[in-house]
Design a binder for this molecule. Structure first.
Ligand SMILES: [Zn+2]
Length: 171
């Protein structure tokens, strides 16, 4: 089956009402469906890196970092792209909450991002799937007159506080 059709079906299964689209609501819906807490964190990542998804293996938390050096619309794109990897059930880097804390403490995030982006040998196919689904989400939102909402990235302030608590100050 064509990738676009396959992704459209997967998106339908998610059962999200695009008439109510906002990034916050979409993220909340995905989190509920996957039974994971999803934390979105704006970060100054290296140039050319848009986002990275890190899964925590000792608690049901997913961390999506998105690069704040880019425009707000690009930040939404990056968030959707990583969320779509999650919806597709693609693998990503799994670490414990303590390990993430340690890495954040050392300011060693770039290495983690690179590892997260390597994912698996299926990387190319997975990138096509995630990107296709991210486009479908945007089209569905646009069809429901929710274009304005596609300019507002979702963010979790409490996650930033958590990161600060484990000793990593934001630049
Ligand atoms: Zn990707």
């Amino acid at each position: 089956m064509d990738v676009r059709l396959r992704m459209l079906e997967r998106l339908k299964e998610l059962g999200f009402d695009f008439n109510q689209f906002s990034m916050d609501d979409f993220v909340a819906h995905v989190a509920e469906q996957l039974e994971r807490e999803i934390r979105l964190i704006g970060w100054e990542m290296p140039q050319g890196m848009y986002g990275a998804w890190i899964s925590i293996d000792d608690v049901a938390h997913e961390y999506v970092f998105y690069n704040t050096i880019y425009s707000r619309h690009q930040q939404v794109n990056s968030q959707l792209h990583e969320l779509c990897h999650m919806i597709c059930g693609h693998p990503t880097l799994k670490i414990s909450r303590t390990r993430l804390g340690e890495l954040l403490d050392r300011g060693d995030l770039d290495t983690v991002f690179e590892k997260a982006l390597l994912r698996s040998p299926e990387t190319c196919q997975e990138e096509v799937e995630a990107e296709t689904m991210a486009i479908l989400v945007q089209e569905s939102a646009a069809n429901c007159n929710r274009l304005k909402q596609l300019m507002v990235p979702s963010t979790n302030e409490h996650s930033l506080r958590y990161l600060e608590k484990v000793g990593f100050a934001r630049v």
